[in-house]
Design a protein around this ligand. Structure first.
Ligand code: TXA
Ligand code: MG
Length: 323
């Protein structure tokens, strides 16, 4: 069961666990977050495991200041004005992701944008002390309401994580507003703790609400697609194919593969999740026409891994139609 510590006594313990790749539930001004070191793939994989998320949605990376944020993402002028006006606070900005930011690809689910938020209070303090950004979705089981008290978080996740930091009921009580910022303008991806009208009032730019938003993972599916064709659950590799392997046993013909990357030689699903996006893009960059993928079991994190692989394998047209 999770230890529950008051926030004024929890900073050191939280940092120690996060530094070791463990999960900690932390209070932010919006809702409690289920936090992991955003630079550690296996730590981030634990988030999906604990939440029971059936797919790898991209996560928000939380920062302790503007400087940390600017090392991770590119800020178009509009984004700089928004950060000036609303950070720290319940506003998440989706921005172009900088190469070499140190953020693990599982956080962005392989996208070239990243969601950034600069929270107040304990959330900010723990990131500043750790010196690294934290990936943190709302602290609840997938599909349930977000936890706004330590008790609710404990009821949902207490048997899956080592520490819950109790900061009392969260003041905002609903998730951050998510805005996508490009050179063209602003799109509201999720209404939340800051009203759209308030944002429009400050930047004097209308928010586009046209996008179906983050509730429609199909919208993101086309970003997920590699150039190569994908062949899943292969028992045999065709000459010249790249092979995405899993576990100790090799598919027949593996020695004829153009290139082999193993998601987890020991068959560990957490390691496989952490490697998924980087291995796929590496094999894709190698230029093989087809990536053959060995079977990955459907248990635990394997469900999300298979979901991602099926999206990557789906014909491009049907992905564009998906909602
Ligand atoms: O208030 C909040 O935002 C809380 C606290 C803990 O910070 N966090 C939160 O995270 O609500 P989560 O994971 O439950 O919701 C984040 C949403 C997801 O629906 C995800 O799809 C979207 O942000 N998102 C993350 N990165 C994105 C990106 N690059 N493009 C579009 N949507 C993105
Ligand atoms: Mg959530």
């Amino acid at each position: 069961m999770a230890e529950i510590l008051r926030q004024d006594q929890a900073l050191e313990a939280a940092c120690r666990l996060l530094d070791a790749g463990e999960l900690v539930a932390i209070p932010t001004e919006t809702v409690y977050g289920l936090a992991a070191d955003a630079t550690n793939g296996e730590a981030v994989a634990r988030i999906f495991e604990a939440k029971g998320r059936p797919r790898f949605n991209p996560l928000i990376a939380h920062v302790a200041d503007r400087q940390m944020a600017e090392g991770i993402a590119v800020f178009p002028p509009l984004a700089a004005r928004l950060a000036e006006a609303f950070w720290p606070g319940p506003l998440t900005l989706v921005l172009p992701h900088r190469q070499g930011s140190g953020i693990h690809p599982l956080v962005t689910a392989g996208l070239d944008t990243i969601a950034l938020r600069y929270p107040r209070g304990f959330g900010r303090d723990v990131i500043a002390r750790l010196g690294r950004p934290l990936a943190a979705p709302s602290a609840n089981i997938s599909g349930r309401v977000s936890g706004t008290t330590a008790e609710a978080v404990n009821a949902a996740l207490g048997n899956r994580i080592p520490l819950i930091v109790d900061g009392g009921p969260t003041p905002v009580g609903l998730e951050s507003t998510i805005l996508k910022v490009t050179d063209e303008g602003l799109t509201l991806l999720r209404p939340g703790g800051i009203a759209a009208e308030e944002i429009e009032g400050v930047v004097q730019v209308p928010l586009s609400r046209g996008a179906k938003g983050i509730e429609a993972p199909g919208m993101l599916a086309s970003h997920y697609a590699p150039h190569a064709r994908m062949r899943l659950n292969v028992a045999e590799v065709m000459p010249g194919e790249a092979l995405l392997a899993f576990g100790p046993a090799r598919a027949k013909g593996a020695e004829t593969a153009a290139e082999v990357m193993n998601l987890s030689p020991s068959g560990d699903l957490r390691e496989a999740a952490a490697n998924l996006f980087s291995h796929l893009s590496r094999l894709d960059a190698g230029g093989a026409v087809t990536i053959a993928v060995e079977p990955v079991p459907l248990t635990g994190l394997g469900e999300a891994i298979n979901d991602r692989l099926m999206r990557a394998a789906a014909p491009r047209d049907s992905q564009d139609e998906e909602h």
